[in-house]
Design a protein around this ligand. Sequence first.
Ligand SMILES: [Mg+2]
Length: 264
Amino acid sequence: MLYFRATFFVFISLFLLACEKETAVQRTQAYNTNAILWHQHAAEYKALAHQAFNIAKVQIDNLPMPQASLKPWAVVTDIDETVLDNTPYNAKMALLGKEFDKASWFDWGLQKNAKAVPGALTFFNYVAEKGIEIFYISNRYEGQKQETIENLKMLGFPNADAEHVLLKGSISGKEPRRDTVENTHQIALLLGDNLSDFSAVFDDRTAGKAHENVEKMRLLFGSKFIVFPNAIYGHWETKEIFDNNYDWTPAQKDSIRKAKFITY
Ligand SMILES: [Mg+2]
C-alpha cells in the first residue's frame, strides 16, 4: 500500500511538472504569436516600413554634393528585419514551440529564401543609382556570409558582395565595422531595427540608459538614423526585459514578462 502511494505521488508530481512546463512554453509562444502575425499580416507594418524608406529617400535627396576634398557618401544598413524579412523563421520556431538557436538559424539562412522588407529594394537601388555605396553591417554570423550575399543578390540588392557585407566576427558591437566604413566614406544614413545599429552609445542598455540616450539623440531619428519596427526580437527584449541572461526557462520568462507590465 505504501509502495502504491509513493508511486502514485511520483506519477502525479511528474504529471504536474509536465503540465507546468507545457503551459509555460505555450504562454511563451502565445507571446510570440501576435508579434509574428503583426509583422506578417498588419498592413500597418508594411506602411511603417514604407514610411521609414520614404524618410530615408528625402534625406538622400537632400544630401549636399561631397566636396572634392571630402570622402564620398555611404549608407550603412542592418540586414535582418531592415532589409531581409526573417519572419518565416520565427513562425516556424513558434509552431515547433522552440526558441532561437544557432543551428536552425543557419538552416534558414542556407535556404536563401528571405524576402525583402517592403520598400527596401526600391530604396537601396535608388541610393545605388545616385552613386552612393551601401554597406550591410549585420550580426549574422561570419559563417553565413556566402548565403547572405546570395540571398541579397537574388533579390536584386546592390553592393551584395564580400566587400560590402560586414558580418559579426569576434565582436558583436557594430562600432568597429562602422569605423572601417568611415575610413573611406562619410556615413550619410544608418538604417536598422535595433538601436545598436546606429551608435555604440546604445550598446549599454542597463538602468534605462537606452531611453535616456534616445531622448538625448532624438533629433537624429528620421534624419541620420532610420528605425524599423521589430516587435519579435531585439536588444529591447534580450537586454532590457531579460537583463542579458539567456538561461531563463520559459516559465521564468513568462513571469518576468508579466512582472515588467506597466499597469494600474
Ligand atoms: Mg536587425
